[in-house]
Design a protein around this ligand. Structure first.
Ligand code: FAD
Ligand code: SF4
Length: 494
């Protein structure tokens, strides 16, 4: 274990973020490094408890508890505490292909299940994970993995998000020749064109995909499967196909004047901003600007928070974030006990920036948008809203009830819809005649990942529905295992 008395000697010390009012002046990452001494002390806090829930990765009440990748957390915390960085790295890479992504942006269900967290502040598992992988890159311990022997089998992976990347890397490791098709101009899926640069610097995505290329994986960018290359072409050229195409259809808000100018889906807003940043440091003006605008983000989740942070960096006049659900409690409630994923109120980086800049929390709770108002140029100028309260129906399901007389108008010049995604692109699914499930995701069993079409598999958000990077990596790995087994009759992949 780490240090027997570590959790009594050292307080939890999270890696700090840059000052909110400073960091909003640029698009650089939020995080500040900590000293090696602090990192080892933080690892020393791990108790190596008899039954570590942190690496269990099970679902309680619909949410993950413990690491879905089953990362060997107590083992690498112990190695880290003892200064054995390279050994800690090799343990970490046994279960996680891309700790540099999860170590930055995972919501860390591991920490919610940390046993120390029952009585004390939990172990900084996510920060420790990031420190181990970045030390690996810094010290030159991470190399391309070129397999000694090739199997002669060729596999097409559609989509270069975390599920596609994990799947490709695993398949390449056992000697298959993998080609990744990606319709965007850069690889990474939502790692590249979703999560903003300040949360995940794109140089780290490219560092990884370049390493994968050197390992023998081919990336074909700017190529949309179903349009630029057909199902028949893929099926005749490859032994297996894996759909890692994400959940790309955003949930819309079909209310009055929805088509007014100035109303956009969050992911379009975020991706254009990142592309313009990478292409020309915004000199090309090919992005949706919030400069001097009153911005309203509809959707209180992480994507909405990324929009708040982006609008602030673009110089918005004001920003508010609408959430239909009630404000969460400040701490765990009895309905949400350990080791469930903690569902208490968290104030994310963008919301903290809004508080620092505008001196108020941008979130407005229990609010529903009934319609938009537009001017004579069809430019959105306001949102008509009503407050809601939540009640239970006869089947014990919660539903929102409008509060009479609570109507309110909010002025806005830019509205961003961040209400989640409802499934994969149906055109592509139909092109391949793939079966879908009740939620319109591609139908394939978890762990088996085979679809209704022979030698066609599916993994990540396209199969699971909108989720997390850690699940996408996990599904990519599982799908690789299933493909290998189906092609070779035996597999050594975990
Ligand atoms: C704004 C935003 C912020 C997020 N922040 C976080 C976070 O902080 N932490 C976290 O854990 N999760 C976060 N998520 C969720 C996370 O990004 C996703 O769960 C994850 O990326 C899903 O991975 P994936 O590989 O299944 O799909 P994606 O990452 O969506 O990748 C799918 C890829 O397939 C490509 N594609 C689709 N169709 C075709 C086609 N026909 N031909 C070729 N290519 C195609 C797409 O262009 C895309 O690159 C966020 C999501 C969003 C939208
Ligand atoms: S991948 Fe996420 S859940 Fe797993 S150890 Fe890292 S931060 Fe925790």
């Amino acid at each position: 274990m780490g240090k027997a008395t570590g959790f009594m000697e050292y307080d939890r010390q999270e890696s700090p973020y840059r000052d909110a009012l400073e960091r909003i002046k640029d698009w650089n990452e939020l995080y500040l490094p900590v000293s090696e001494t602090i990192r080892l002390e933080q690892a020393a806090r791990c108790m190596d408890c008899g039954t570590p829930f942190c690496h269990s990765g099970i679902i309680y009440n619909g949410l993950p508890s413990g690491c879905p990748l089953n990362n060997l957390i107590p083992e690498w915390n112990d190695l880290l505490y003892n200064g054995k960085w390279e050994d800690a790295l090799s343990r970490l890479l046994m279960t996680n292909n891309f700790p540099e992504f999860t170590g930055r942006v995972c919501p860390a269900p591991c920490e919610g299940a940390c046993t120390l967290g029952i009585t004390n502040p939990k172990v900084t598992i996510k920060n420790n994970e990031l420190a181990i992988i970045e030390m690996g890159f810094q010290e030159g311990w991470i190399h391309p993995f070129i397999p000694v022997k090739r199997t002669g089998k060729k596999i097409a992976v559609i989509g270069s998000g975390p599920s596609g990347l994990a799947c490709a890397e695993q398949l390449n490791k056992v000697g298959h020749l993998v080609t990744i098709y990606e319709r965007d101009d850069r690889p990474g899926g939502l790692l590249m064109y979703g999560i903003p640069n300040m949360k995940l610097d794109k140089k780290f995505v490219l560092r990884r995909t370049e390493l994968m290329e050197k390992s023998g994986i081919t990336f074909i960018l700017n190529t949309e499967v179903g349009k630029d290359i057909t199902k028949d072409e893929l099926q005749s050229n490859f032994d297996a196909i894996v759909f890692c195409t994400g959940s790309t259809t955003p949930r819309d808000l079909k209310v009055e004047n929805r088509n007014a100018n100035g109303i956009y889906f969050a992911v379009d807003y975020l991706s254009k901003n990142t592309k313009s940043l990478l292409d020309s440091t915004h000199k090309d003006n090919q992005y949706i600007s919030a400069k001097d605008k009153k911005v309203i983000v509809i959707g209180g989740g992480d994507t909405g928070n990324d929009c708040v942070a982006t609008a602030i960096r673009q110089g918005c006049k004001s920003v508010h974030q609408f959430e239909i659900m009630p404000e969460a409690s400040k701490e765990r409630t009895t309905e949400n006990p350990w080791p469930e994923f903690p569902r208490y109120k968290k104030t994310d980086y963008g919301q903290k920036e809004a508080i620092a800049l505008f001196k108020e929390d941008p979130r407005i709770y229990q609010i529903s948008t009934k319609g938009f108002e537009q001017d004579e140029n069809q430019q959105v100028i306001a949102l008509n809203t009503v407050k809601v309260e939540w009640s239970k129906d006869y089947d014990n399901n919660f539903f929102p009830r409008e509060i009479t007389g609570s109507n309110k108008k909010y002025q806005a010049d830019l509205v961003l819809l961040a209400m989640g995604f409802i499934g994969p692109d149906s055109e592509l699914v139909n092109h391949f005649a793939l079966e879908t499930d009740k939620r319109s995701n591609i139908k394939a069993e978890y762990k088996n990942h085979a679809t209704n079409i022979d030698k066609v598999f599916a993994a990540g958000d396209t199969r699971r529905g909108q989720s997390l990077i850690v699940w996408a990596i996990q599904e990519g790995r599982q799908a690789a295992r299933a493909v290998d087994l189906s092609l070779m009759g035996i597999t050594y992949l975990p």
